[in-house]
Design a protein around this ligand. Sequence first.
Ligand code: URP
Ligand code: ZN
Ligand code: ZN
Length: 468
Amino acid sequence: MSTLDLVIAGGTVVTAADSYAADVGIRNGRIAQIGEGLTGSDRIDATGLLVLPGGIDAHVHLDQATSDGTVMADDFASGTRSAAAGGNTTVLPFALQIKGQSLRACVEDYHRKAEGNCHTDVSFHLIVTDPTPQVLGQELPALVRDGYTSFKVFMTYDDLVLQDAQLLDLFEVARRERALVMVHAEGHDAIKHLTRRLETEGRTAPYYHSQAHAQIAEREATHRAISHAQLMDLPIVIVHVSGREPMEQIQWARARGMKVHAETCPQYISLTADDLRGLNMDFDGARYVCSPPPRDADSQAAIWQGLRDGTFDLFSSDHCPFRFEGPGSKDNPRARTSFRWVPNGIPGVETRLPILFSEGVSKNRISLQRFVALTSTNPARLYGLYPQKGSIAIGADADLSLWDPNLIQPIRQQSLNHGCDYTPYEGMEITGWPVRTLLRGRTIARMGKPVKEASGRHLSRQASEAFA
Ligand code: URP
Ligand code: ZN
Ligand code: ZN
């Protein structure tokens, strides 16, 4: 047998199933051996470190066009550099269809943006905003067969919202083509009604975003999406679940045998609606405006329970960065007039893994195995990348993240690599950091700093295991 190119020696290998002391041998970018006393041309000493499958962030927005002149703070270069520094080896960003645009043209457009610029592997989810007969009948089925095996639909936002009839049409195509649908479940009419009422009452500060995007509206839309999926006999993913009430709908559906998968995000365990108050209800709260908004301590407790008991399959960042200051930022003249105009979204691709590791594993709320499942193995399985990604096994890509579980340092904007000018988690004390990230056996980040070369590729995906 030929020599190994690289051995990660002396670490503790952690998978979604177990942990054990072993060396990991890499040849031609893949894991070739796992065992004791391995030798190779090169060696990384991992003594005292945990060797995990690279993080897979299955919900990331990069270089997306907006309809209001605001500008996403990360393109594919900065967003994937930031992802690599945060322990990720694959991210799944979105190719967002502009209404009237061909879905195929949209995907080609995002390939042009990504090509040659990615520091991690990437694979696009589609966002379908205009399900014309051409999209439903030809473009979407063809793209799914080409390996774009998941798409997101929105139940709110003026420029993205789909009516129930459109959702049902799309679900029917998804069922036939075996595409996994990700649902942004918030009830549009309820949000619009509450927004108008709050504005009439003069309640326009960023904080009121959290009241307009009420948990009841999220609960109702979650149930509606589940019912539509049940009618079509379709597995779905409810993304960015924020609190107890939508969780209960998911548990209700699961108890009846429905295949409803669920994702939550760092903001729902680390922030609450009170963060949107800023300093005395000022515009500072806009830093935390995202949808659904963070809720309260009770919802945080429910989310932790769901992360432990398997209600959640996925822990993703929903990285959707807008700068806080300057042209195209959150702080624009219209946003100052009402929360309604504050761009929705916060950065988080670099801090997702450290936050869950520190708050979850280091504080004994979840096991290391559960951490790996939520952040790497389950996203690979659900989005058609397993076993090439998401595991430490012979033949898998050598995508690894080495963790120092005892390294303690706070999150600081100045240390991050994203294009945003702030982090919502400034000063948060973190125990356990990724200290080295390898993509196909090549180091792509060390001690929070990405390397220069952009060696990431676009991945074509198989159908989700949800259809198995
Ligand atoms: O506020 C958020 N989450 N913006 C990103 C778009 C989305 O809905 O995921
Ligand atoms: Zn969404
Ligand atoms: Zn999102």
